[in-house]
Design a binder for this molecule. Structure first.
Ligand SMILES: Cc1cc2nc3c(=O)[nH]c(=O)nc-3n(C[C@H](O)[C@H](O)[C@H](O)COP(=O)(O)OP(=O)(O)OC[C@H]3O[C@@H](n4cnc5c(N)ncnc54)[C@H](O)[C@@H]3O)c2cc1C
Length: 533
């Protein structure tokens, strides 16, 4: 980086400049070398340069007077917040006045009715949230440096953090600023309503890195905290697989409040520093319903159960089911008992998709090429040691069920035809019973005819024809289900095709598929992403 050349004429007038600044801010001028050394860099610490002088104003009038003086004397200025910028924005000039805004740190007004806070520029980002969190509010943009960085610096850098994904950057949460122009004039842009006529000057100031003037007051939006927040950690074997998962989440219309990605090296560095317990190598995966019916907090005890039992699958068994209709509970209860009688596979009762699986169990599951994927049955099919984990299923926190009655029937049919040939056996039993019945009927008719009795006719005949016809149609439909299933399986189409993998190899391609396949569990017919090219 090339620093601007120093104007020696300004440096020669240093004593005079310091004296003038002391007139404006008597208690806030730093001019001694040891004091100035603390301001010689920002977080881009490869570059250091002592300022000519540093001044620490306490109010906007002082800022205005400093800027008026600097412009009149032709002295450059550099505003500074907490000096955490990583771009050298707050790096001082040898021939310039550094204006430190750290003393202007009053929270001027908290206006819950209008959902905003008015602050001075030296208030740290985190302190805005701290001021309102007791009342259930927070300030959304959250740079990782939020404990130190100032809101003035945030405006100048248009900063953001994890919450940007959903709530945007500083510019999306800024309603107004009061600003001192280089000549000392104080202007206000926007306000509590955020409204400003004409050009979007507020947008222009945001991200201007202190080049247009000095921010002396800021109005920001505050938001209500979500009534409940759950944090999930998901682990992937490759960066493309993680990226595909993020894209799939967003494409599904879900915008998480925050999302952060760490590659293996970052995770390992953090793990070795303070051992938060990040998974290394993703040896297991948790499948969970996204509307918080399955409590994410149970991951830790499930993991413990997996370790203690040496099982490859720990599946959730619903002790109770809150927030579901009596009809849903009764049909689910009946269906799983019927299925368990109809199939030879040991599909656990009252278990859903909430389960923890080891890597090898997951790989075995994903190796199954079935198109109509009744995952609960498929997991039971793969074997391995599987242990139950009893839990209370919660009321859905948000959203609505994606399984209306029509889909439930399809789902049940898939489960039955995929895991049991009992319906076909039932059809043959019915056929056999009817054959026996018809032989008996023929014998009875023969007997009646020989004994000279007439058989009352048309109505009973039609009844028999209609019943037989219905049964035949039912049996045909049942066979059709099985044949349709065979037809689909015989085509051997891939379930999903990953269109593009950055830097991909065979391994990554498999993982891309994996991310999709797990995301679409239990969708009859595999409604995955179909190839477009
Ligand atoms: C560990 C770490 C993590 C970080 N994480 C993030 C992150 O997640 N997201 C992100 O966006 N940034 C991040 N940053 C960068 C930095 O924290 C932000 O840019 C922050 O907004 C800077 O604020 P500050 O108060 O430290 O400003 P400074 O560094 O002091 O100044 C930054 C710029 O703003 C100008 N400025 C400061 N105050 C004013 C004012 N009152 N009026 C006009 N101009 C002013 C300065 O002249 C300079 O150009 C991180 C930095 C560190 C060190």
């Amino acid at each position: 980086m090339l620093l601007p050349p120093t104007d020696s004429k300004i440096v020669a007038r240093r004593a005079e400049i310091v004296a003038a600044l002391k007139d404006i801010v008597p208690d806030g001028v730093v001019a001694d070398p040891s004091g100035l050394a603390t301001f010689d860099s920002d977080a881009l610490s490869a570059y250091h340069q002592m300022p000519l002088v540093c001044v620490l104003p306490s109010n906007r009038e002082q800022v205005s007077a400093i800027l008026k003086f600097a412009q009149a004397e032709g002295v450059p200025i550099v505003p500074r917040g907490a000096g955490t910028s990583l771009s050298g924005g707050a790096l001082p000039r040898e021939d310039g006045i550094l204006i430190g805004m750290g003393r202007m740190k009053r929270i001027i007004e908290i206006d819950y009715e209008n959902g905003c806070v008015v602050v001075e520029p030296g208030v740290t980002n985190l302190n805005i949230t701290k001021a309102v969190e007791a009342n259930g509010f927070y300030y959304a943009p959250d740079p990782s440096s939020q404990i130190a960085c100032t809101i003035g610096g945030n405006v100048a850098e248009n900063s953001g953090g994890l919450h940007c994904l959903k709530y945007g950057l500083t510019t999306n949460n800024l309603l107004g600023v009061t600003f001192v122009l280089p000549g000392g004039e104080i202007v206000t842009l926007g306000g509590k309503s955020g409204a400003q006529g004409g050009l979007d000057l507020l947008g222009l100031v945001t991200g201007s890195e202190g080049l247009l003037g000095v921010v002396v007051e800021v109005v920001v939006k505050i938001l209500r905290k979500a009534p409940v927040t759950r944090t999930l950690l998901a682990s992937f074997d490759s960066v493309p697989a993680a990226g595909a998962c993020v894209a799939a989440i967003i494409a599904d219309g879900v915008v998480p409040a925050a999302m952060e990605f760490m590659d293996r090296r970052a995770a390992e560095a953090i793990e070795s520093y303070n051992q938060p317990g990040y998974p290394s190598g993703a040896e297991a995966i948790l499948i969970i319903d996204a509307d918080l019916q399955d409590p994410p907090e149970l991951l830790a005890p499930m993991l413990q159960a997996m370790r203690e039992s040496g099982a490859d699958v720990v599946y959730g068994v619903r002790r109770s089911r809150s927030g579901e209709t009596a009809f849903k509970r009764a049909t689910a209860h009946g269906f799983y008992r019927l299925l368990s009688r109809a199939t030879e596979v040991d599909i656990p009762l009252d278990a859903g998709d909430f389960r923890l699986m080891s890597r090898r169990a997951l790989d075995a599951l994903l190796a199954m090429p079935e198109q109509a994927r009744f995952i609960r049955g498929m997991v039971a099919w793969i074997g391995f040691k599987q242990v139950p984990f009893a839990y209370d299923r919660q009321t859905r926190f948000a959203g609505e069920t994606k399984y209306p009655l029509r889909k439930m029937i399809r789902f049940a049919l898939d489960a039955l035809t995929g895991f049991s040939s009992a319906p076909l056996k039932l059809a043959s039993h019915v056929g056999f019973g009817l054959s026996v019945g018809s032989v008996l009927l023929v014998l009875y008719i023969a007997y009646a005819w020989l004994s000279g009795r007439s058989i009352q006719g048309w109505t009973s005949l039609m009844l028999i024809v209609v019943i037989l016809g219905a049964i035949q149609m039912f049996v045909l439909a049942l066979m059709g289900e099985y044949i349709g299933r065979l037809y689909n399986e015989a085509k051997k189409r891939p379930l999903y095709i990953v269109e593009e993998i950055a830097g991909g190899d065979g391994q990554n391609a498999r993982l891309g598929y994996l991310a999709d396949a797990t995301a679409k569990s239990d969708r009859p017919g595999g409604k995955g992403k179909r190839p477009t090219k």
